[in-house]
Design a protein around this ligand. Structure first.
Ligand SMILES: Nc1ncnc2c1ncn2[C@@H]1O[C@H](COP(=O)(O)OP(=O)(O)OP(=O)(O)O)[C@@H](O)[C@H]1O
Ligand SMILES: [Mg+2]
Length: 358
């Protein structure tokens, strides 16, 4: 799959922009704060219905304007599709081939996106919420049922937490919440476990290659819940402490990924280089996973990552660019790196105006 064209109106710092893209490489060059990431963000939104930078939809609207619009045509395994996302102060409207969607989940199957940016090192280095968000984002794209299970789980969790914070909450009122939390929760845990196994398979091979056979990457899903009954029992057992703390302390919203290299946890003990290699391996593995699960090729958004990688890792990344559409941003790019990149277009961005270099 690939983005054929895009059109932006009042989107962030783009007043009015139309572009045709190359089906393999699109190199996006420009100084800081000119709109490189904004452009990638607009593509991501048309794939997933929301930004990778913020949950505030209104941020997409250019300062001083009252609406924003991002539209594109994607082409590929499933034919040509027109996607349009319109933002107004009251909210957003998504249309696919002119038809307004009632649910964002129906957008997801049109184009699959993998983003890689320096921020992704947080998946390895920082708290479990980064790893859960990583899992959720990937699973939501490839499994529409996961998307709805997760949405439902979060809704019930919020309601249960509100009830926990009431004065002397009645334990009997919780049985309905606990039952549906356990229902959705165990499905989420099982999907994440399955995904993690496949992620581990693919990413450990990549990591092994990048490290030239020196490092074995192991990724495992860590949870306290193995069955639905276990989850329900834990909710009942921990009722008092949940009331005391005012939130639900057990469940997939507390789970984590363990990431090890040669049997050592790299979150705390890994070198910067090992952590970078692991993050890159996990991201590149997604391309393979998406292909396995959906039969489609993903679009790869690479925001400012080239300069952070050494030559070996750069070579690996360039190799991975071959069979997918890539959007690669940088403030500048070495001539020798440029010469090794696949064929494509080069855009220069200045103050919200992108120009194709001819
Ligand atoms: N809603 C908005 N309306 C107008 N301009 C905006 C809006 N949101 C962000 N911007 C502007 O967009 C610019 C940042 O764009 P972006 O993040 O794409 O930069 P960049 O080219 O990726 O820079 P860097 O190289 O530093 O990452 C900033 O100047 C910011 O003020
Ligand atoms: Mg940027």
């Amino acid at each position: 799959m690939y983005f054929k064209t895009i059109s932006l109106e009042n989107f962030r710092n783009y007043p009015d922009q139309k572009l045709d893209f190359h089906r393999n490489l699109n190199l996006i060059l420009g100084q800081n704060a000119q709109g490189k990431t904004n452009l990638l963000e607009s593509l991501f939104i048309m794939g997933l219905g929301k930004s990778f930078r913020t949950n505030r939809d209104a941020d997409m609207i250019a300062f001083g304007k009252d609406f924003a619009k991002a539209a594109c045509v994607v082409d590929g395994e499933r034919g040509e599709t027109g996607i349009e996302v319109c933002y107004q102060k009251e909210g957003k409207i998504i249309r696919v081939n002119g038809v307004k969607l009632d649910r964002t989940v129906d957008l997801l199957e049109n184009v699959y996106i993998v983003v890689f940016s320096p921020e992704d090192l947080k998946i390895i280095k920082e708290g479990p919420d980064h790893r859960r968000r990583f899992l959720d984002r990937e699973l939501c794209q490839i499994k529409p049922v996961y998307y709805s299970d997760l949405g439902n789980y979060k809704k019930v969790l919020r309601q249960r937490n509100v009830l926990l914070r009431e004065n002397n909450p009645d334990k009997n009122l919780f049985s309905v919440f606990d039952a549906s939390l356990a229902d959705y929760g165990i499905r989420i845990v099982n999907e994440r476990k399955e995904f993690t196994k496949r992620l581990q398979d693919i990413s450990s091979k990549i990591h092994w290659d990048i490290s030239q056979g020196k490092e074995f990457l192991r990724i495992s899903y860590e949870t306290k819940i193995e069955t639905k009954d276990e989850f329900r029992e834990a909710l009942e057992r921990n009722f008092e402490s949940d009331v005391y703390r005012g939130f639900t302390g057990t469940g997939p919203h507390k789970d984590d990924l363990k990431i090890e290299v040669n049997d050592t946890d790299i979150r705390t003990y890994g070198s910067q280089g090992q952590q970078r290699t692991a993050a890159l391996s996990m991201k590149l593995a997604e391309i393979g996973l998406i292909r396995q699960e959906t039969g489609c090729s993903a679009v790869l958004l690479l925001d400012d990552v080239m300069s952070e990688l050494d030559q070996g890792r750069q070579r690996y990344l360039i190799e991975a660019m071959k069979d997918v559409q890539v959007f690669l941003t940088a403030t500048e790019i070495d001539e020798d790196v440029k010469n090794r990149l696949p064929e494509g277009y080069e855009f220069h961005i200045e103050n919200g105006i992108a120009k194709l270099l001819t």
